[in-house]
Design a binder for this molecule. Sequence first.
Ligand code: ATR
Length: 261
Amino acid sequence: MHNAAFTALGLDARYEARDVAPADLERVVNSLRGEAILGANVTVPYKLAVMPFVDELTPAATAMGAVNTIITKGAKLTGHNTDAAGFTRALQEAGVTLKNKRVVMLGAGGAARAVAYALLQAGSSLYIYNRSPEKAVALAKDFAAYGTINILTVELAAGELAAAVRDCDVLVNTTSVGMEHGGLDPNTSPLPQGVLPARGFVSDIIYRPAKTKLLREAEAAGLRVQNGLPMLVYQGAESFECWTRQAPDTDVMLAAARALL
Ligand code: ATR
């Protein structure tokens, strides 16, 4: 999608994927310095590991505790994170406002940290449910300064989770449950059978399959839904703008991403 956006803007630049062994990470990050490179994206499992190797972090990267974008300016490398901005822009595009909304977020992993930051910055009150409660507690502690976070505890999960989900304005799945990837079963939902919001919006940050079981069930119940493709494209578009100072054509990026998926 980045190469399609470079072409559409007539920019003489190229985006390419690198497989990096753990022992090579510092050397590869250092190789990004210099005039020939605009920057890089960083993905699983290196979003935390690259942090010591850049020269400075943006407030977003510091808050999320992860770097998904490196911006090169001459010899200097800045670690940034566009995941939260990508998520917020995806919801905006769907016409969803987040200020003073009750949002249930499923999951407390790496992706959840970006989504939690986005939701709290936008003024939502956040309810987190995670299979491993200690990770939800840790996330709530790290983000306490940004807003109100409630944890749906595992002991009370059946009743508490169902009630919070029923009454929420927005439900977001950040877990990998329902993903079609590496032998995972796509025919599973992160919610117990029969538990769905009574109204409102359901976002699943998974983009493969295009409609997870959660989204299919939510749609069948008359709810509005969005998959993870807009977030993927918009976090990429934010990175692109950091590197080039030009806004890419996100329709071109979306079409390119869709064609590959
Ligand atoms: P990512 O960076 O994609 O967020 P991650 O940090 O490994 O990946 O987080 C995966 C999330 O999916 C976690 O919230 C995880 O729950 P745990 O903290 O309990 O591991 C959740 N998850 C993965 N498989 C799950 C399953 N089978 N049931 C419920 N939650 C699951």
